[in-house]
Design a protein around this ligand. Structure first.
Ligand SMILES: [Ca+2]
Ligand SMILES: [Ca+2]
Length: 195
């Protein structure tokens, strides 16, 4: 096999001027990058929630969400997290929570986010809010960068009697009484004005 010598391909006095020089510079740049340890391909880590949603009773006090660092654990890494309203609103239904999760080199241990849940006395049905990851450092956001928290209401609906609307008969009675009162007032005033 005959080795092709690089020096036979490149003639500095011939090849490093003008457009040809620019072309060779590009060749050297690509060759340099290909041999650089900076671009050696390694699988990147990703930050993901462990589930798309979690359900918690309104009386639970807190809810825990798990964030996974998935990959090879190369280098230090961190990711920020914060809550956001949906049908559940802070501060009435939960406490706004934000922070940063950090991992050391080689650390693939899951991290836990804890959000306080507020137990009110209002019947409001099940409500939800979100916790989302942002600002990844040393890793990427994975396919589950947010998780929904569903709060199960623990307050009973008001008694049915308390919200019973007046019946048509009831309304008719009120109108009839008012009409009779107006008629009586008019008949009392009539003669006094004429006299
Ligand atoms: Ca409650
Ligand atoms: Ca409630």
């Amino acid at each position: 096999m005959t080795a092709i010598r690089f020096t036979t391909l490149v003639n500095p006095s011939r090849d490093f001027a003008g457009a040809r020089g620019a072309a060779w510079s590009a060749v050297f740049l690509v060759a340099g990058l290909a041999n650089s340890p900076l671009v050696v391909a390694t699988p990147g880590d990703a930050a993901n929630f462990s589930a798309t949603s979690v359900t918690v009773n309104e009386s639970a006090g807190t809810v825990n969400l798990t964030v996974l660092r998935q990959g090879v654990g190369g280098g230090i890494a961190s990711v920020d997290y914060s809550t956001s309203n949906f049908t559940a609103m802070a501060p009435g239904d939960y406490t706004t929570t934000a922070g940063t999760l950090s991992w050391g080199d080689g650390d693939l241990t899951p991290r836990t986010i804890t959000v306080p849940i507020i137990d009110d006395a209002i019947h409001e049905g099940d409500e939800s809010f979100y916790v989302a990851l942002s600002n990844p450092q040393g890793l990427a956001l994975g396919i589950l960068p947010s998780e929904a928290v569903v709060i199960t209401d623990n307050d009973a609906a008001p008694p049915a009697a308390a919200v019973t609307a007046p019946t048509l008969g009831g309304i008719a009675s009120v109108l009839l009484a008012a009409l009779l009162a107006l008629t009586a007032r008019a008949s009392n005033r009539g003669p006094s004005r004429r006299s």
